[in-house]
Ligand binder design. Sequence first.
Ligand SMILES: C[S@@+](CC[C@H](N)C(=O)[O-])C[C@H]1O[C@@H](n2cnc3c(N)ncnc32)[C@H](O)[C@@H]1O
Length: 152
Amino acid sequence: MSSSRSRGRKGFSTSSFDGAERRGEERRMRMREATLQNPLDAARAYEALFVPALFGQWAPKVANAAQIQPGQRVLDVASGTGVLAREVASRLGSTGSIAGLDPSPGMLEVAKQLTPTVEWREGVAESLTFPDQSFDAGGIEGQFTYLFSDTG
Ligand SMILES: C[S@@+](CC[C@H](N)C(=O)[O-])C[C@H]1O[C@@H](n2cnc3c(N)ncnc32)[C@H](O)[C@@H]1O
């Protein structure tokens, strides 16, 4: 059959064009699923897209509010790829220290690659594994942003 409905502009049959388009869309869907299932790729996408668009702007504000001073020991809880930890690290001088805590291995791997000098630790806010009196200040930055100081 060779009707205008079954032939495309360049002589391809519409049905084979539709099949190629459907296979392309299925391949793109599989790629999207694979990307989201890979924690490292998801963390890279987070750093490339979400940090500049949403979370990066909060890092200096949170560091200002916490009145971070050179020499302090600071904990960034739920550090993600480390945008707040990087901002804090730039204010601590050579005598201060910063640790970043997050449960996501992908987030932590990107954070380590970007700033190897921070102590990155896998864990959750609900059960901190640092000894008492380890920090002078701590912060959480994310969908909800709040601060706590003299955390003990
Ligand atoms: C929206 S991101 C914010 C990351 C980073 N603070 C920023 O501003 O880019 C939220 C982060 O919280 C982490 N997270 C989720 N549950 C957590 C928990 N129970 N304790 C600590 N971090 C957690 C996630 O792995 C993720 O990296």
